[in-house]
Design a protein around this ligand. Sequence first.
Ligand SMILES: Nc1ncnc2c1ncn2[C@@H]1O[C@H](COP(=O)(O)OP(=O)(O)OP(=O)(O)O)[C@@H](O)[C@H]1O
Ligand SMILES: [Mg+2]
Length: 571
Amino acid sequence: MSSRNLNTLSTDSLLSSTPTINKEEPIIGIDLGTTYSCVSIFKNNISSILENKNGKRTTPSIITCKENEILIGQAAENSMYTLSNFTIKDSKRFIGKFFHDPKVQKDIKYLSVKIIEDPYTKRPQYYIKHENQEARLFSPIDVAYLLLKDIKTFSEERIGGKIKKAVITVPAHFNNLQREETIEAAKKAGLEVYKIINEPTAAAIAYGYENPNVNERLVLIFDLGGGTFDVSIVKIKGNEYTVLASEGEEHLGGEDITQRLTDYALNIFKKKNNFENVDFYNQNNIKEYKVLQRIKKSSEEVKIQLSFAETVQYDIDSLYKEKDFNYEIKQSTLNEICNDLFNICIKKVDETLKKLNLTEDNIDEVVLVGGSCRIPKIKEMLIKKFSEKKVLKNINADEVIAQGAALIPFFGSKINDNIFLKQGKINEITSLSIGIEIANYKMEVIIKKGTLLPKINEKKSFNKTFKTQSKTSKNVLIKIFEGEGEYVWENHLLGKFTVSGFNNDNIIELEMILDHNSIITVIGKIKGEKEQKLIISKSDFYDEIEVKNYEEKLKFIKESREKIRQIFPDK
Ligand SMILES: Nc1ncnc2c1ncn2[C@@H]1O[C@H](COP(=O)(O)OP(=O)(O)OP(=O)(O)O)[C@@H](O)[C@H]1O
Ligand SMILES: [Mg+2]
């Protein structure tokens, strides 16, 4: 074996193989949401929602770990507040994330359940400990697995048969690792993933199917859910769907709005009662932390009521040291404290339009998806921008994504008799750029954001040949990043590999393979050498030094930005 070490950056599972399907076999479409999940099946030419055991059409994405059993979904919702220390919700926010990610740290502040750092993988782990019992750890993959298992079980009961395959939706801005971990959770739950599809694309498909029109139209999907925000512009021409552009924030949704309201209400309570020096955010202060939890619970309810009423009352008895919290809040106050969040949504809409050189006039319809679109201010801003007529509010914002997902296997497929779907076509694009680190910490893009994804069971290859600048070292480290930043530290490290035994005459050949789920595999090779594949395990992806220095890195970015600003005031 040569001393040269060439690794692929993927695990075996990365390049998704699509399961074959036959006509009789059921395939469900799952919208695995941050706060609620929904499941649908296509039968007799309609995509029908499968209700859970309680007859509900959406199921809370929650698990509660009791001493001797784990409650999942609907069952967990009921004990969410009584057993809040043992209840895991919004776990989708942590999938594919590192413990030290500032966004993870920010979210942890509000959680009633304890989260620790897995010392080996550097990932967040839920820590559940009942008295006189050993502690149990749950990773975000474990939580997704339990939720999917529950969905699979109740769906099987509904249809009276086994289900082995599913289409699962993810936010358009989910990165490689987040997509990969979703597939891993599904596999654990006994579900083969037919396809991972972006949530706004699934919504566009369901919308187009329900509202057929031969004319070409441009539809803007505005999806503001519990944890994520996506905006996509999709061209629908008959039964062909082409995603033209997609922007978004993988960490912006109803949860952030509730957190803003929680902070606001807590501050009012503190000021009113002279509790300004009390730390209500410290998980170790059990009594005080409970206060934060109770305000958060009320804030979620208040937020929803504020979508239907101008003013709503907080009424919490004996909240802390026998002080009640009675406070009337106005819809306009909610709008004020969330103004910047709402503006980000509109800014993303502008960016998406600009990218395609379009204006509001070019958009034919705006489809509102996700529970947070019920907020009056959001609707008002969109109507102001696009006109009342274009903003469609009659669509079922909670179900449309799952309905679209259930249609996917029938697109362009021989297994169905539905001509519309049989001749249908979906053209999806990548939401993030993929590239390598070059000199001066810059990123060179190899797969550009917006690249058309290959069709199911096909792959696209991107090649790059280069010489490195190393004069002395025999080892060349190649780092692969994902994101839009000019510098690598602004982006997400996807993986890395070392070419050893290198000399300066060598040329490195890099191949990036993109699959239909927007997941990539990278293969490195020295020109003229036989390719050696050394699959590295997933834990090798985690760059300890990178993660440990996260805070320093952020500080460095801030400082260098400041320096640039001083030299070039316009930048
Ligand atoms: N009437 C309402 N007013 C304001 N917010 C609402 C209303 N109804 C639901 N929400 C919010 O919508 C969110 C849930 O929406 P949805 O079910 O679409 O999200 P999800 O699919 O779970 O999340 P994501 O798509 O981000 O993963 C919650 O944050 C909830 O508080
Ligand atoms: Mg959603």
